[in-house]
Design a protein around this ligand. Structure first.
Ligand SMILES: Nc1ncnc2c1ncn2[C@@H]1O[C@H](COP(=O)(O)OP(=O)(O)OP(=O)(O)O)[C@@H](O)[C@H]1O
Ligand SMILES: [Mg+2]
Length: 376
């Protein structure tokens, strides 16, 4: 065998060897990939949950089923804040990752956001309240420099209180209109009933939205549903309400007096409110919106009559007859009177229609509180 042949055989082996090595490497790689894939199938899913509180280097989290646990936090996701969404391992619930919060939970589908069209002219008999609201809400929004120059801080918010149907919502909308503010409305009882588990988050995001859309008025109707004094916060429902309330307080405390977000709270049950909400620096202007007196009722009538086709109305008699009526009751009476005119095929509403409407309301079967209030 010549040396040439030997060389070529050796060369052939070497070539084979490198080919095999290559193949080997290739097989190992695909094995690794398959193992990774397999690992994915073996891995347990992580639980998405929410951070409630940071306690030392551990965190209190809330699971989707409402249960709460104090758990460890992996090193790569320190700097968590209450409200953050996180992923936790199933076995020991250790937080292993934070969920990017790029997609905010859609607060706008939970609250009413509008630019109201109600004006001060649509409100009857509440001149004193109007004047005060103009001073504490409108003026700081329109001319903040007045306050800066004098070195005083306008209130962050007000509390409107009084019986149902007296014009509280109207006042809030009118000031939003006159200051061209975004009106963000949420109802306290809905916060605690509809959005179980989400109340605090909703409050937080609502204020964030208010800042983005400033100038804005945050209107919280039925404030007593979240801000009532609680004797017993034992049940989880009560704790939830308490958390929502705490979030509200911290949001109010969290912005400056001259930031152009104002809060208007509303309640029919002022006596139930936790004093914390009306403490100085919070909703510290209390404005009462009572049932209208004779003079105010006349004004309310004229607001509503102005929009109606009427003839020969003796307003003074109607005013006298409607003691204890709220603005909403008066509006209701006007609508009923309109129906009487329609039934009689008339093109305008007459005094007798109002009297008939009054009798109808009076004799209506209802024996409820409303009825007692209106007709004694
Ligand atoms: N002062 C008023 N002037 C004119 N209309 C009024 C007045 N008060 C109430 N109304 C009429 O009653 C309706 C309801 O009023 P509004 O919603 O402002 O009452 P509210 O005080 O907010 O009641 P609630 O406490 O039940 O929320 C108004 O849309 C309006 O038609
Ligand atoms: Mg209202």
């Amino acid at each position: 065998m010549g040396s040439n042949k030997l060389e070529s055989v050796a060369y052939g082996y070497a070539a084979d060897a490198s080919g095999l090595e290559q193949e080997n490497r290739f097989l190992r790689e695909s094995l690794e990939n398959l193992e990774k894939e397999l690992e994915k199938f073996r891995r347990n899913p992580l639980i998405a949950c929410e951070v409630r509180q940071i306690i030392g280097d551990r965190a209190l989290i809330r699971l989707p089923n409402g249960n709460e646990f104090l758990v460890d936090v992996a090193n790569n996701c320190r700097q968590l804040l209450p409200g953050d969404g996180v992923l936790a391992e199933q076995k020991n619930l250790t937080i292993v990752d934070k969920i990017a919060s790029s997609k905010r939970f859609d607060v706008e589908s939970f609250v009413i956001v509008e630019k109201p069209t109600i004006t001060w002219q649509n409100i009857g008999g509440l001149k004193k309240q109007e004047k005060e609201i103009k001073e504490v809400i409108e003026l700081p929004l329109i001319k903040p420099e007045l306050f800066v120059d004098l070195g005083i801080e306008p209130p962050k918010g007000i509390l409107l209180h009084g019986p149902p149907g007296t014009g509280k919502t109207l006042l809030a909308k009118a000031v939003a209109q006159s200051t061209k503010s975004t009106f963000i409305e949420v109802v306290g009882s809905e916060l605690v009933q509809k959005f179980i588990g989400e109340g605090a988050k909703l409050v937080k995001e609502m204020f964030q939205l208010a800042r983005e859309r400033a100038p804005s008025i945050v209107f919280i109707d039925e404030l007593d549903a979240i801000a009532a004094t609680r004797v017993d916060i034992g049940t989880s429902g009560e704790r939830e309400v308490q958390r929502t309330f705490m979030q509200l307080l911290s949001e109010i405390d969290g912005f400056k007096n001259l930031e152009n977000v104002k809060i208007i709270g509303c309640t029919n049950k002022k006596e139930l409110l936790d004093p914390a909400i009306v403490r100085p620096g919070r909703l510290d202007r209390l404005i009462e919106v009572p049932l209208p007196d004779d003079y105010a009722r006349k004004e309310v009538f004229s607001v509503h009559l102005e929009k109606m086709k009427v003839s020969g109305i003796g307003v003074d008699e109607l005013v006298k007859k409607t003691e204890n009526f709220s603005g909403a009751d008066i509006k209701n009476l006007c609508t009923e009177a309109g129906y009487f005119a329609i039934r009689k095929n008339r093109k305008e509403i007459q005094h007798e229609d109002f009297l008939a409407a009054f009798e109808k309301l009076k004799s209506s079967e209802s024996q409820d509180n409303e009825h007692l209030r209106m007709f004694g």
